[in-house]
Design a protein around this ligand. Structure first.
Ligand code: NOS
Length: 534
């Protein structure tokens, strides 16, 4: 006898439910009435906009769709109700962001223009034919007195002579746009634009070259002590404004020191002293505003680069331990960064990394966990892909990116057993050419397998994706299954899988829950007109 339609529907429901059983939004306690309503409202907003704002034709965006390439779609995203709602969402913790790319470019440029010490130079006199392909080089030169300053755009400009940044801007040739042309030139060097991401630099290797060049340009500005302070302040303030209540930035220690206001080199501890001071000021401000629970704090993931030798790595491991000793509350973990596809694999550093634990014990510091980047690649069995085995064997607490984790059933199982969360950076992965849009991203597969995920922004200043709202938006816009409840679970997991100590973690979670309820009510009230009655 044929199955009745009713029985078939029941079987179908059961199968779907079994298939989704591992997802965080299915594993959790039952939804509250507000959650049920807000989930529906937000799904209805998404549905309404998928067939309105996303089907319109725009002169510069011929065929838009939800979850499309971020750099092309951004101007549509910011017009949506969905985006407006997500801005207010409490995002939890930001667990994967490189400090050097966390402050928006106009703000950074403004900071630089206020410092007479900042100079700029070019390897050629700039003209319209070489402007786009020529990078500015910045340097803090406190003792330098520039005489007979000549414009970077003057044919007589002597290649590589330093010009104070303010004069360079003011004297920028009118044919190249004058001072605004200067701003555009610098902005182009500090960000990735759609023509690069989707046109000229259309492979991982090519886009990484552009990506890394932005850090070479910005670093001498950011790491100049008088600027660094304001930089950190802006990073923390803008994160708070986006609903982020705790941050764990990776701070890159490539060189052995930083540059002081007088041009001398200072040891890394000076950087942490500044970080700590700014952090305390922000915490004090928040307390004064009665908002201390909206910002739990910040801790640093000490990072160095994957092109040093194992011998050199010992110096950085020792340095990290010394800093942990002095700033136990600030040092959260250790990591190695850089393009995994072309740099040394973790295996290459196995000897020093295996000794790290013992070195810490000898120094008498609390355990500094590894939180490794691994599997940020399209490779299948390449060294970058194989880094996932090493990261897990070496005891990583979380995995940065883990883009290729989906290919490894055993490792997925281990991540679940050992509670290793994955820091997923959707927009970063798309702009750095691992996926052409959100629809090909492995995130939904990881969620369906029950892997714990924290959504992260990676390098928001370079991608123009400040805060976490854009990343949450892209994920929500490109999935039918994922709704606001799943986003909330990921926000909660970002706090759970942070390195905060248990009481602080609990305080962060409790505060998050209060904000979550408030946010859901807001979402319902602002989205009422979108409710779709069946
Ligand atoms: O997505 C990433 N994967 C690996 N390394 C990265 C990524 N983003 C930035 N960096 C690394 O961090 C430094 C800035 O602090 C960059 O120079 C780059 O090497």
């Amino acid at each position: 006898m044929a199955l009745s339609l009713a029985d078939y529907a029941k079987e179908r429901e059961e199968l779907i439910s079994l298939d989704r059983a591992l997802r965080a939004d299915h594993r959790r306690e039952p939804l509250s009435p507000t959650e049920v309503l807000a989930d529906k409202v937000i799904r209805d907003v998404r549905m309404a906009e998928a067939s309105s704002i996303w089907t319109a034709e725009y002169p510069s965006i011929p065929h838009p769709f939800p979850g499309m390439e971020f750099l092309t779609g951004r101007s549509v995203i910011v017009q949506t109700k969905l985006f407006e709602i997500l801005i207010q969402m409490p995002k939890g913790a930001l667990l994967h962001a490189h400090l050097d790319a966390t402050v928006n470019v106009p703000f950074l440029l403004d900071l630089a223009l206020k410092q007479p010490a900042i100079h700029v130079r070019s390897p050629v006199p700039l003209d319209s034919s070489n402007l786009k392909s020529t990078l500015p080089e910045f340097q803090a030169l406190p003792q330098h007195v520039a005489e007979n300053v000549i414009s970077l755009t003057d044919a007589q400009y002597e290649p590589n002579t330093w010009v104070p940044i303010k004069q360079a801007r003011e004297t920028f040739g009118t044919k190249l746009g004058g001072p605004e042309g200067f701003d555009q030139w610098v902005t182009g060097a500090l960000t990735i634009d759609p023509s690069e991401a989707y046109g000229t630099h259309n492979t991982v290797t090519k886009i990484w070259q552009k990506f890394l060049s932005t850090f070479r340009v910005s670093n001498p500005i950011i790491r100049y002590v008088p600027i660094f302070k304001e930089y950190v302040r802006e990073f923390l303030k803008s994160s708070i404004a986006d609903g982020i209540s705790y941050v764990e930035p990776r701070v890159n220690f490539v060189y052995k020191g930083i540059i002081a206001a007088d041009g001398t080199h200072l040891p890394h501890r000076e950087l942490l002293l500044i970080f700590d001071q700014v952090l305390n000021e922000i915490k004090r401000d928040m307390k004064q505003q009665g908002r201390e629970d909206d910002f739990i704090g910040a801790r640093i993931i000490y990072s160095t680069v994957r092109f040093i030798t194992p011998d050199e790595l010992y110096w950085f491991l020792e340095d990290c331990i010394a800093l942990k000793k002095e700033f136990p509350h600030l040092i959260a973990a250790f990591d190695l960064v850089g393009d995994e596809n072309v740099s040394h694999p973790l295996k290459y550093y196995a000897e020093p990394l295996l000794k790290f634990h013992e070195m810490q014990k000898k120094a008498g510091v609390d355990e500094i966990p590894f939180i490794f980047h691994a599997g940020e690649t399209l490779g299948d069995g390449t060294e970058a892909d194989m880094n996932l085995y090493d990261a897990i064997l070496l005891g990583t607490k979380r995995i940065g990116h883990g883009f290729s984790l989906i290919k490894h059933p055993k490792l997925i199982e281990m991540c679940k057993e050992r509670e290793i969360a994955v820091e997923v950076c959707p927009i970063s992965n798309e702009i750095l050419r691992l996926t052409s849009s959100m629809h090909m991203h492995p995130l939904p597969a990881l969620l369906n397998h029950g892997v714990r995920v924290a959504l992260c922004s990676d390098d928001p200043a370079v991608f123009g994706s400040m805060g976490l709202t854009y990343d949450f938006f892209q994920v929500l816009a490109a999935s039918e299954i994922t709704g606001i409840i799943q986003l909330g679970e990921m926000a909660k997991d970002s706090i759970k899988f942070s390195t905060l100590d248990p009481p602080e973690k609990q305080r962060a979670l409790d505060a998050w829950k209060v904000r979550w309820e408030k946010f859901l009510k807001y979402a319902v009230s602002t989205g009422t007109e979108y409710i779709w009655e069946e």
